[in-house]
Design a protein around this ligand. Structure first.
Ligand SMILES: [Zn+2]
Length: 194
């Protein structure tokens, strides 16, 4: 998707999974003009508030941006390898293991209303974004849904989505965005040259 300077406040959250949405914080990631929406610690904070990992009291922690971006880079490598049927690199699986271990060490097990236990982190700590992403990414990549992760078919997009359709037919991150773009391109190609 193109147009304007991408921002965490408006970037689409349509990966179908929090870890994928975090990986998708770069717009047009594989195109000529990628736009990273996580440009500052405050961007990271705003993204965390948007996905309800943080509350309004969360403050910027300067060292946290680099840590979160490092986790995102490893996550993107893992997603690329997974969707291209390549072996996962040890440096990426080790990094995810470290991030998850760090998350568990800093988290609490809290029962939800139905009594089911889930991991929980302090919503006023910026590191909670990284912890939440690490644990949800591990959940996703180590579970049966990992085979339903697809890369958007628009080569410039680079976003990953969870295909939960019955017949595994989700090709685009969004039909309205990349799906339409492809249709327009196809129409252009179909038109006879003059
Ligand atoms: Zn797309």
């Amino acid at each position: 998707m193109t147009g304007g300077r991408a921002d965490v406040a408006t970037i689409s959250l349509l990966g179908g999974h929090l870890a994928l949405d975090f990986a998708n914080t770069i717009e047009d990631r594989t195109g000529d003009h990628p736009e990273d929406t996580l440009r500052s610690t405050d961007d990271l904070r705003r993204w965390g508030v948007r996905v309800a990992a943080l509350d309004d009291t969360a403050t910027a922690a300067p060292q946290e941006l680099a840590r979160a971006l490092a986790l995102r880079a490893h996550l993107l490598e893992l997603l690329a390898a997974l969707t291209e049927d390549r072996p996962l690199a040890l440096r990426d699986t080790d990094a995810l293991a470290d991030a998850a271990a760090n998350a568990y060490a800093n988290g609490r097990l809290v029962p939800a209303a139905d009594g089911v236990l889930g991991w929980s982190w302090d919503p006023s700590h910026l590191a909670t974004v990284r912890h939440t992403v690490a644990v949800t990414a591990l959940d996703l990549l180590s579970g049966p849904m990992s085979s339903r992760i697809h890369r958007c078919a628009n080569p410039d997009c680079g976003w990953y989505v969870l295909d939960t359709s019955k017949n595994a037919s989700r090709r685009w991150c969004s039909m309205a965005g990349c799906g339409n773009l492809a249709k327009t391109r196809r129409r252009r190609l179909d038109r006879p040259a003059r």
